[in-house]
Design a protein. Structure first.
Length: 280
């Protein structure tokens, strides 16, 4: 079938349509960023006067916001560690192993992504409440791992399938054992995937609300729970500063993932990730 040559009007129409869609998607982010610098206490847009008072209130030592940010950071760090352990282990078994009922195991691993989060949160509440672990950062992190681990597993499966197994076979033929192969060949090549899995696991935990809401107590509230409480009965302008910081962190995290993947691909082409000394 003969393709019609693109016209100037069609090109302009596509550019305008794409620009309009991007502006529509970015509009809420721009509004939040501008409003976060407003000086008034009602969060109006556009602000009449500008100030950094809400950022100062958010970062005030000993305040509710600073405490919640510290708790969310701790929980997200623990979740990242747990998710990486499960992600590397499960991805290795699924990508390289010969598991019976492979499709069923794969579906079971990804099931938390399909089940409503409120259902998972209720199940975790009923599990941890009898043992008195509600409000524990460890318990919240374990709950967040249920959601973050499948994402880490998907990323690691894709990463491991992109690694040429002949490199591992070559290392084995030179006498390297499994641990040496993993340490000197597989893990260096999988570094971009490990970093991506870490970033997305951290973001998933830091932004999660339902599990944190069910598992929190008045003394232990993660940042999303505190934001919800601040907006439930009133509008606290500090929420706009918190939202702006979260947007900035998300952008930086995505930029980091893109940079690491780009550098990892370049180094793979140059052979920079392969060891040059004997595999011992």
């Amino acid at each position: 079938m003969m393709e019609l040559p693109p016209t100037r009007a069609g090109h302009i129409g596509r550019v305008l349509s794409a620009t309009a869609i991007l502006l529509f998607l970015a509009m809420p982010i721009v509004i939040i960023l501008v409003t976060s610098f407003g000086a008034d206490g009602i969060g109006t847009f556009p602000p009449k006067d500008y100030s950094t008072r809400w950022y100062e209130q958010m970062a005030a030592p000993g305040g509710n916001w600073a405490t919640s940010i510290a708790l969310s950071s701790l929980v997200a760090a623990l979740t990242t560690v747990f998710s990486l352990i499960l992600g590397v282990t499960a991805a290795t078994a699924l990508a390289r192993g010969r598991l019976p009922l492979h499709a069923a195991v794969y579906g079971l691993v990804l099931a938390p992504l399909l089940i409503p989060q409120v259902v998972i949160a209720l199940g975790l509440f009923l599990f941890f409440e009898p043992v008195g672990m509600l409000g524990s950062p460890l318990a919240i992190a374990l709950g967040h791992t249920v959601l973050a681990a499948p994402i880490a597993i998907l990323i690691m499966i894709s990463t491991l399938k992109g690694i040429d197994e002949r490199l591992e076979d070559a290392a084995a033929s030179m006498g390297a054992n499994r641990m040496t192969i993993a340490r000197r060949v597989t893990f260096p090549l999988a570094t971009p995937g490990l970093i991506a899995a870490s970033v997305f696991s951290f973001i998933t935990s830091f932004d999660e609300f339902f599990i944190a809401q069910f598992m929190s107590t008045p003394d232990t509230r993660t940042l999303p729970v505190l934001v919800f409480n601040a907006l439930q009965f009133d509008v606290d302008p500090t929420v706009t500063a918190v939202s702006a910081v979260l947007i900035a962190l998300a952008i930086l995290a995505l930029a980091l993932v893109a940079l690491v993947r780009k550098l990892g691909g370049h180094r793979n082409q140059q052979g920079g990730l392969l060891p040059t000394e004997p595999l011992t």
